[in-house]
Design a protein around this ligand. Structure first.
Ligand SMILES: Nc1ncnc2c1ncn2[C@@H]1O[C@H](COP(=O)(O)OP(=O)(O)O)[C@@H](O)[C@H]1O
Ligand SMILES: [Mg+2]
Length: 681
């Protein structure tokens, strides 16, 4: 639910005219409902009773704002019913005619145009100052000069580049020549080297061959082969001899061994005594017999001791009575005997061992002697047999001797033949070398090479190369120079462009400021013309209304006069003299004049005016004028306007009413809300 305490509400019903108005919490109105008809609707009441608020409400409802808000005297929130601090702020509504005519629009455009023109002019001046410091003539001269220099440099460079291309061509062709000559030179050097080598070989072979006489190779071969055949044959025979020799020498070796064995056998047998073996044999038998006897004896003593140890009283050997001491003595003497016997046996056993070894040795000596005796018989006369074989060996050996001579002869022949072969080979090689040398010489002669020509080409090439280096340097220098000049040229061009641009801008600024000045003048003219036209029309309408409204004869005309950019409202007296309303006329005259002015303005500014509101139009009017006004309102005005709202504190004006009339009551000191009574019958 909306809270009416904080929100103002104005309801208005408009069908061609305003028929009904409802105010809630609007200024001094808590809840006011009003009906209106066509014709004059009168709102009457004391000051502060809330009459003008009704006119404001209508305005607010129709246009969403009121003049007081537009002029920022109050805010929209001030419309909401509250307890206002300020008392009546009515009156003092000075209307500015230019504002009504929207002529201030021209003025604002004019002042803007002037400002703009001034700004342009300032810019123009500063730009002029800027370009004044630039010496254009000098820049242009320098630019042309550098342009010329650049063209010359371009030409120079083209010449150098052409020269370079030609030099390069010459270098290429000379290099080709040089390379081919160098190749030939290398070839010739290689050939010379080979020829020298061949010459060395030739002189070597010639010297070798000159050392030897002429020879017949086939004869030498023949001789050698004949002897070789003979040698081969003889060597076949020699093989048999060799075999025989080796078998004889084998036999001699065997016989040498036999002879040695015979000598050994004789030596052995000469020293050997065959009795020794028998003697040792007999000694050993004797010793073995004695050892066996002692063994038997030992056994019997042992038995006797054992019996003596077991028995008591009676001697086990002789069955006689035996005392204990005797028994002991007996055991002792027997034991001593046994010990002695054992000692003897040990010694004898050692001797036995030695003897057995001695016998073994003698046995083998004996067998050896037997063997040697048999061998001596078998060998017989070895010495003469050996002699026989040795003699044979020397016989066969002598057969071998003459073969060695033949062999040496064959070897000698072979050597001669090999030498001859070698010389033959050398002869052939000599021939080959000579042939090769001739071929190489021919090849060398065919090569078209001249050392002088090579040197010439070399020096020409060097000259061209150094020329090229010089040209390259020259070109590089000229290019750098050109680059620098170009930079300078561009800078000058930029300076000139800048100058041109500034000139163009100055031209534009000057043109623009002039145009703006013209515009501003025309605006002034238009403004004045419009004002004059308007005032003319306004004056006509005002005079008509004046004649109807003014009840006296003192003033015969009313007009607006434009003076010093101001509007003056004037009245014309009987002497045709125009007097200023302000400061000269009486309060009543001024009230009539301003009423006339307002009605005229309304009629002119809104030709199809439907509603007119007059707030306190009777201020300072005398009763005559009042009557005139009432009459005019009732007759003339209602011809012009469908619906009129008159707000007044003067109850006399109720007579002017043709529509609804309301009485407004309010005790503003108590800050009450407005009460409304309808006075319409
Ligand atoms: N917002 C408001 N709340 C209450 N009263 C207000 C408000 N605004 C103005 N008023 C009062 O309304 C009265 C003004 O009404 P107004 O219509 O000008 O009176 P009139 O035209 O009858 O002289 C003044 O007394 C003023 O104090
Ligand atoms: Mg008022």
């Amino acid at each position: 639910m909306p809270k009416y305490d904080f929100v103002s509400k104005v309801l208005i019903y408009v069908f061609v005219m305003i028929k009904h108005l409802e105010l809630q919490n609007f200024r001094s109105h808590r809840n006011t409902k009003l009906d209106f008809t066509e014709g004059n609707n009168i709102l009457v009441g004391i000051s502060g009773s809330g009459k003008s608020s009704v006119l404001d409400a209508i305005c607010f409802a129709l246009f969403g704002t009121i003049t007081k808000i537009q002029r920022k005297k109050i805010k929209v929130s001030d419309l909401v019913m509250s307890k206002p601090t300020k008392e009546n702020e009515a009156g003092n509504r000075m209307t500015h005619i230019d504002e009504l005519l929207r002529l201030e629009m021209f003025e604002s455009i004019r002042s803007k145009a002037t400002r703009c023109a001034n700004r342009f002019r300032n810019q123009e001046i500063s730009k002029k100052e800027t370009i004044a410091s630039i010496n254009e003539k000098e820049i242009r001269e320098r630019k042309t000069f550098i342009e010329k220099e650049l063209k010359n440099l371009e030409k120079d460079n083209e010449i150098i580049e052409k020269e370079l291309r030609e030099t390069q061509k010459r270098i290429d062709s000379l290099e080709k020549d040089f390379a081919s000559l160098m190749e030939k030179k290398k070839k010739i050097e290689k050939l010379k080297e080979n020829i020298t080598r061949l010459q060395g070989l030739i002189s070597f072979y010639e010297e070798e061959l000159s050392k030897h006489e002429k020879f017949d190779l086939s004869y030498l071969k023949n001789e050698y082969e004949k002897k070789k055949d003979l040698l081969d044959q003889k060597e076949n025979g020699n093989l048999k001899i060799e075999k025989e020799l080796s078998s004889i020498s084998y036999r001699i070796d065997e016989l040498d061994k036999d002879l040695e064995e015979k000598r050994q056998a004789n030596n052995f047998l000469r020293q050997y005594d065959s009795n020794n073996f028998q003697i040792v044999k007999k000694d050993l038998e004797k010793m073995r017999k004695s050892f066996f006897e002692k063994k038997l004896r030992k056994g019997s003593i042992n038995e006797a001791i054992n019996k003596l140890k077991e028995t008591q009283g009676i001697c086990p050997i002789c069955d006689r009575e035996l005392t204990e001491s005797k028994r002991k003595d007996l055991i002792e003497s027997k034991t001593a005997e046994l010990k002695k016997l054992e000692e003897e046996m040990r010694r004898l056993d050692k001797f036995l061992g030695d003897k057995e070894k001695e016998l073994e040795k003698e046995q083998s000596e004996f067998e050896k002697a037997k063997y040697f005796e048999r061998r001596l018989k078998e060998l017989g006369d070895v010495e003469s047999r050996l002699e026989e074989q040795k003699r044979k060996f020397f016989e066969v050996q002598s057969k071998k001797e003459d073969l060695r001579g033949l062999k040496e002869e064959v070897e000698e022949l072979k050597k001669g033949y090999d030498k001859a072969l070698d010389l033959k080979e050398k002869e052939e090689k000599l021939k080959e070398c000579k042939g090769k040398e001739a071929v190489l010489r021919k090849i060398m002669e065919e090569i078209d090479f001249d050392e002088n020509r090579l040197e010439k080409v070399r020096s020409k090439l060097e000259i061209q190369k150094s020329r090229k280096i010089g040209l390259d340097k020259d070109l590089e220098f000229k290019k750098d120079l050109k680059e620098e000049k170009k930079k300078l040229f561009n800078q000058l061009k930029r300076d000139l462009d800048f100058l041109e641009m500034n000139k163009r801008e100055i031209e534009f600024l000057s043109h623009a400021s002039k145009t703006l000045a013209k515009l501003s003048n025309s605006l002034i003219e238009v403004q004045e013309t419009l004002r004059e036209e308007f005032v003319k029309t306004l004056n006509e309408v005002m005079n008509e209304i004046w004649n109807d409204l003014y009840p006296y004869e003192d003033y015969i005309g009313i007009r607006f006069k434009i003076e010093e950019r101001d509007y003056l409202l004037q009245l014309c007296d009987l002497k045709n003299k125009w007097m200023n309303v302000e400061g000269f006329s009486s309060g009543g005259e001024r009230a009539i004049a301003s009423l006339v002015m307002r009605i005229a303005l309304s009629v002119i500014l809104a030709p199809r005016l439907k509603v007119l509101m007059l707030d306190e139009p009777t201020h300072n009017l005398d009763s005559n004028t009042m009557e005139k006004l009432i009459d005019i309102l009732k007759t003339h005005i209602s011809n012009l306007i469908e619906q009129l709202f008159i707000v007044t504190h003067d109850e006399r004006l109720i007579q002017a009413g043709t529509g609804y009339t309301y009485e407004f009551l309010r005790e503003s000191a108590k800050r009450e809300s407005t009460k409304v009574n309808s006075l319409t019958i």
